[in-house]
Design a protein around this ligand. Structure first.
Ligand SMILES: [Zn+2]
Length: 260
């Protein structure tokens, strides 16, 4: 199976408490702050699964979704470190636009099922930054720095991308305060539009839609049963079918954030 993520096992490992002290965070309430990674994307060799898995009809019929626990109470303002965009992806503006489109999809609930894209979760692209994502090359969470940064860089073990979230309070009903996304900068790993004779390359926008799903609080659903959903833990290569949300992705977001 073409594996996007290390799956539920990794999510559960990620939930093991990595406790940071809240000291020094001016204006933040007293209490423990937590961080964990939730978005480990591990591409595996394609094994003959149809690249059109998301188009198999289940995308708008499958209501499955999971929630990580914490969510945003305020607007998620995020930035991109454009200097880290690898040259093979070409025009940086096009790359940023792809990332913005991914965030907008999750923000509004843009979907392939004719459901109203009016979730209005609230995020905005705040421009360039020199900060890099607080994610280590091995896919762990580093230091929080006050900027919600998306950057490219080395990721070991074939990871496609990793999202870290920092939050206050318990995992259930916790309050997210920062999220960073690190995208593997390996040459040729992603594409903006499907190249001819595509193999072993992943759609940047679809992958980052999945990552922003994590950033806002969505967890995984299993590829074996839910391959058509964007939050599946397995993403076929060369498919652009995961740029919107499926039914289950949408319903889980709507339940947590409601409609405005
Ligand atoms: Zn994931």
């Amino acid at each position: 199976m073409p594996k996007i993520d290390s799956g539920l096992g990794a999510v559960l490992r990620g939930l093991l408490p990595l406790v940071l002290c809240a000291a020094g965070l001016a204006g933040e309430p007293t209490g423990l702050m937590h961080t964990a990674r939730f978005a480990v994307v591990i591409p595996g060799p394609p094994t003959g699964q149809p690249a059109e898995a998301a188009m198999d009809g289940g995308r708008c019929a499958d209501p499955a979704g999971t929630w990580l626990g914490m969510r945003w109470r305020s607007e998620l303002k995020w930035r991109v470190n454009e200097k880290t965009v690898p040259a093979y992806l070409g025009d940086r503006t096009a790359v940023v636009n792809s990332l913005r489109s991914a965030a907008y999809t999750v923000d509004t609930g843009r979907n392939d099922c004719g459901l109203p894209a009016d979730l209005g979760i609230s995020e905005s692209y705040a421009g360039k930054t020199d900060h890099i994502a607080g994610v280590t090359p091995t896919g762990g969470c580093g230091e929080r720095d006050g900027t919600n940064a998306v950057s490219f860089g080395p990721l070991n073990q074939g990871l496609l991308a990793v999202t870290c979230i920092w939050w206050y309070g318990g995992k259930d009903n916790g309050r997210s305060v920062e999220t960073d996304i690190l995208i593997d900068d390996t040459e040729g790993l992603f594409f903006l539009s499907t190249p001819p004779a595509c193999t072993n390359r992943w759609d940047l926008e679809g992958t980052i839609t999945h990552e922003f799903g994590h950033a806002f609080g969505l967890g995984h659903v299993a590829y074996a049963q839910h391959s058509a959903l964007t939050m599946t833990d397995g993403l076929p290569d060369c498919s652009t079918a995961y740029r919107g949300l499926g039914l289950g992705d949408y319903l889980a977001l709507k339940q947590q954030y409601g409609t405005n």
